[in-house]
Design a protein around this ligand. Structure first.
Ligand code: AMP
Ligand code: ZN
Ligand code: FE
Ligand code: FE
Length: 289
């Protein structure tokens, strides 16, 4: 018996990954994964295609990565990502809030593209928006890919580095879901929440340990400790915090296909932690191919 590989954070082309949900399932099987969570940004639209494409022995955790805003513990706010698993996708609060946010994502990306076009960069804002399905969660990686195609930058990473990062001239912020609202709406829908890449400092301002403690008290179930954006020291620090607060320690790749250099299954979650998460859910079952 080989070891069990569980990757609880991946994206498909339904949000800003490059593999379709079906090809993501094949990639997971080829990489030897036993369990994969599909966690597209602010949508559950990829769930059915992924479920239909499961290969024998592969288990699918249906989830999403919710864009939230949180107090940062320093008197301001920060963007945080909540991984939500096995919730009822038809819960009215979730349906309403996620569709609001997807509309917000579109208008925000259009503004960013227009700002770049006004400054003379080879971006066609209307063509960009027309290339994205109407109710899809448009994100900066889509603009980044357009910049790569226009020859402005060599990679998506470079596009973030030079143009799209949250401190840059072209960044436009969004009205994300208040993190307490998100934790509650997922819990009400029978799911669990895990705070994603909490100390990925290079992405932008993060929250303090004090805030994570407060979220744990408000119903957060897990903390994503092992993530490609966390170095060893950060993992040690977050692992200790998870233990202290009684949060389930997870690990995941945050795979995005060719938009990032991360391999699927690069970081993973222990079977014990996975079972602890699943035990808290009633909204949507696991499915195995
Ligand atoms: P958005 O949802 O539009 O705010 O864009 C966030 C997405 O861009 C997430 O999927 C991140 O994985 C990705 N992202 C954020 N920062 C970077 C970066 N510095 N380089 C590459 N991708 C990034
Ligand atoms: Zn993403
Ligand atoms: Fe994220
Ligand atoms: Fe992600």
């Amino acid at each position: 018996m080989g070891c069990v590989v569980i990757d609880l954070h991946t994206h498909s082309s339904v949000s800003d990954g490059t593999d379709t949900p079906a090809s993501l399932m094949s990639a997971a099987a080829s990489a030897g994964l036993d369990v994969i969570a599909l966690t597209d940004h602010d949508t559950t639209a990829g769930w059915s295609e992924a479920a239909a494409a499961l290969t024998p022995g592969l288990t699918l955790v249906r989830g999403a990565e919710l864009s939230c805003t949180s107090p940062n513990g320093r008197g301001g706010t920060a963007t945080v990502h909540l991984l939500a698993y096995l919730f009822d996708p038809l819960a009215p609060a979730i349906v309403t809030e996620q569709s609001r946010l997807r509309a917000e994502r579109r208008s925000r990306l259009l503004k960013m593209a227009r700002r770049m076009a006004e400054d003379g960069y080879p971006v066609d804002p209307d063509a960009l928006m027309a290339s994205l399905p109407p109710d899809s969660p448009a994100g900066r990686p889509h603009l980044a890919m357009a910049l790569v195609q226009a020859g402005m930058v060599a990679t998506v990473d470079e596009a973030f580095q030079f143009f799209l990062n949250s401190r840059g001239r072209y960044h436009v912020s969004r009205r994300d879901t208040p993190v307490h609202t998100a934790i509650q709406m997922v819990a009400d829908a029978g799911g669990v929440t895990v705070l994603a890449h909490a100390f990925a400092h290079h992405r932008g301002p993060t929250v303090t340990a004090e805030v994570i403690k407060e979220l744990a008290g408000a119903g957060l179930t897990g903390l994503e400790v092992d993530h490609p954006d966390h170095d060893l020291a950060t993992r040690t620090q977050l692992g200790a915090l998870a233990d202290d607060l009684g949060l389930v320690r997870t690990g995941s790749s945050d795979y995005h296909g060719t938009n990032k250099t991360i391999r699927i299954g690069q970081d993973s979650t222990s079977p014990e932690a996975f079972e602890a998460l699943v035990a808290h859910t009633t909204g949507t079952p696991l499915i195995t191919g």
